[in-house]
Design a protein around this ligand. Sequence first.
Ligand SMILES: Cc1cc2nc3c(=O)[nH]c(=O)nc-3n(C[C@H](O)[C@H](O)[C@H](O)COP(=O)(O)OP(=O)(O)OC[C@H]3O[C@@H](n4cnc5c(N)ncnc54)[C@H](O)[C@@H]3O)c2cc1C
Length: 292
Amino acid sequence: MTAPPITTVKTVVDAIEHGGPGIKVFTLVDPDRWELPPFKPGAHIDLHLPGELVRTYSLCNDPGDGTRYVIAVKREAGGRGGSMALHDKIVTGDVIGVSLPRGGFDADENIRRYVFVAGGIGVTPYLSIAAYLSRIGHPDFTVHAVARDRMPLECLLAPLIEQERIVLHRTSKTGRPDIGALLGQAASGTAAGCCGPEGMILDFERATADWPGDRVHVERFVAPRLAVDLESNGLFVLARGNGLPRLIFPGFRDIRGYQAMYRDFLRSIRDGQAPEMSLERAIEDQRLMEQI
Ligand SMILES: Cc1cc2nc3c(=O)[nH]c(=O)nc-3n(C[C@H](O)[C@H](O)[C@H](O)COP(=O)(O)OP(=O)(O)OC[C@H]3O[C@@H](n4cnc5c(N)ncnc54)[C@H](O)[C@@H]3O)c2cc1C
């Protein structure tokens, strides 16, 4: 008999600290203070939150510290509730299931210089990377942290500031930095990373378009906005995009629609009841088709 796969690791919230305006720093530990599963610099974990929400957070502490997972969470008032649940409901002592850590980078001895560009809360993956590079004595790495005014997570940035490993850019005073100038030339032995708002990531991608792909890494906290607009009211999806012909196809906005329909269908057979996918909805979809 094979053991069931581990889906989550049980952790307990050991501390919650203020990380600047709208940001909380959570320290998660094993309930019995055992070591937690190891992680690579720049890795992230999924938190299983109340209400069946699963949200991903970058680990901010040194991977050499095997007893804690430290994450920093920005409260997104306009979001679907994951960060608000953490900010408003979770207290010290609560138990949270987390996934095994994923992602992160493997040290490469051929990299002589690292340069990272982070916007706002996007600095989190570079905190564990910087702690790691500092511990192994890497001679040349810089984190450019960009914020409008007050830098988030000043408490966690303090060791980097002390080591002069971080350059702070306050855009309210200096305007937006030129990302190409921060990165410099794509010299061999240089690797670069970026995490921040979509506009910053696009500038970074433009600036590194000629760099070897394995020397450039982008971390996105939200999926990029789709180039096409999708509109669906159930059975059909209408896709419009700049310069693209409009396209209509049967289906759903995303795979969850198919899954819901499949479950609806199976439930209807099992319970001998009509599926929730109603005739009215199908007629409405037909009307949508005829408008095109
Ligand atoms: C690898 C990774 C690491 C992350 N690390 C951190 C971290 O260290 N700290 C942190 O605070 N967050 C981090 N996040 C983001 C985090 O997982 C949550 O998305 C965030 O906390 C908001 O969750 P929410 O449920 O409150 O809001 P969500 O509903 O997830 O929305 C968040 C924001 O994104 C917008 N949005 C949602 N979907 C889209 C879309 N498809 N296109 C454009 N905009 C969209 C919403 O309008 C809202 O403003 C990370 C995400 C990933 C994938």
